[in-house]
Ligand binder design. Structure first.
Ligand SMILES: Nc1ncnc2c1ncn2[C@@H]1O[C@H](COP(=O)(O)OP(=O)(O)OP(=O)(O)O)[C@@H](O)[C@H]1O
Length: 303
């Protein structure tokens, strides 16, 4: 099963162009869709999940035409939206059972077996009689996965699922995603770079509605070998360095500023080679996409 997106575009009524001619081929397994806030990730996820219309383009899931066969797609799709609300005064077991009825599981015995198995799989069986209002953020997200797995879907979409989870819960959630991604398409939309490097064999970076890069995270990291350099500078020097070099990221480190720059060759001996990671890939792409307006704005401000 493969999801093939071709020339997908969407402009909202207020004129915001959320998707610009998006082309993606998403195979079985975990696929990471990485981009900053407002990149268009949720718009793309909602369109694949048949919850909103595109202006043009096509999406195929195997033989299904997603934009025109919504009912059929919904039968094989699980979705964990960004804002996943639960009824606080209902137990996990009861809500999952109710959702299973809505999914068409009418046989009570079968349904109970499915619900129990999903609660086991998501490690919620022990707390199945607890009201959802008393669940932690991580437990709620795992419940979100349990409901997304109802009906054994061929494709699962999870929209920014790890925001707000503590490290232990995030790990547990990652393991769960990995497990369910073995034999179906799982699209993980996130702005957290390490979610993608930890989990995904394929990924895309999206910014302002455009796909900037696709590929295997290890391969795209490899492509940056010997091109990323670091230096510690004073915080007041940052602007100067930004004008002179292609600074892709800067962060405070022990009270000083650590910059990473992109350069085909080492600029001078004060720069040290960096072994690139996915964050360097991400920032290289995002800065490249923003470079033109940013430089002209700086020049305008200086004139
Ligand atoms: N219903 C809507 N009407 C108008 N503009 C919208 C609507 N939904 C989203 N947008 C705009 O479209 C752009 C893409 O938004 P989208 O939510 O798809 O991005 P995102 O990558 O999911 O961001 P985030 O990580 O903040 O959720 C943004 O500029 C957003 O403000």
């Amino acid at each position: 099963m493969e999801l093939v997106i071709r020339n997908l575009s969407k402009t909202y009524a207020n004129g915001t162009q959320a998707l610009k001619n998006v082309n993606l081929t998403i195979p079985t397994g975990m696929f990471g869709l990485l981009g900053p806030n407002g990149a268009g990730k949720s718009s793309l996820m909602r369109t694949i999940a048949t919850l909103q219309e595109a202006d043009s383009g096509s999406i195929a899931l195997g033989d299904l035409d997603v934009l025109n066969q919504k009912e059929e797609v919904r039968k094989v799709l699980g979705y964990l939206p960004q804002e996943f609300g639960v009824y606080p005064k209902v137990t996990a077991e009861d809500l999952l059972d109710h959702m299973a009825v809505l999914k068409g599981l009418h046989n009570k015995k079968e349904r109970q077996a499915v619900v129990a198995a999903l609660l086991q799989q998501t490690n919620l069986y022990e707390v199945r009689k607890k009201n959802l209002g008393g669940y932690s953020g991580g437990m709620k997200q795992r419940f979100g996965i349990a409901q997304a797995l109802l009906g054994n879907p061929k494709i699962i979409i999870v929209d920014e699922p790890t925001a707000g989870l503590d490290p232990a819960e995030r790990n547990r959630f990652h393991n769960l995603l990995c497990e369910i991604g073995e034999d179906r398409v799982v699209i993980l939309s996130t702005h957290i770079v390490s979610d993608v490097s930890d989990l995904c064999r394929q990924m895309a970076i999206i910014n302002k509605g455009e796909v900037l890069l696709t590929g295997d995270p290890l391969r795209v990291i490899d492509d940056l070998n010997n091109k990323i350099w670091k230096k510690m500078i004073g915080k007041e020097e940052l602007m100067e360095y930004q004008l002179q070099y292609n600074v892709i990221s800067s962060r405070l480190f022990a009270g000083k500023t650590l910059i990473h720059i992109y350069s085909e060759t080492r600029p001078d001996y004060t720069f040290e080679a960096v072994r690139p990671d996915l964050e360097d890939v991400y920032f290289t792409q995002i800065t490249k996409a923003q470079a033109a307006p940013a430089v002209s704005e700086v020049l305008k401000a200086m004139s």
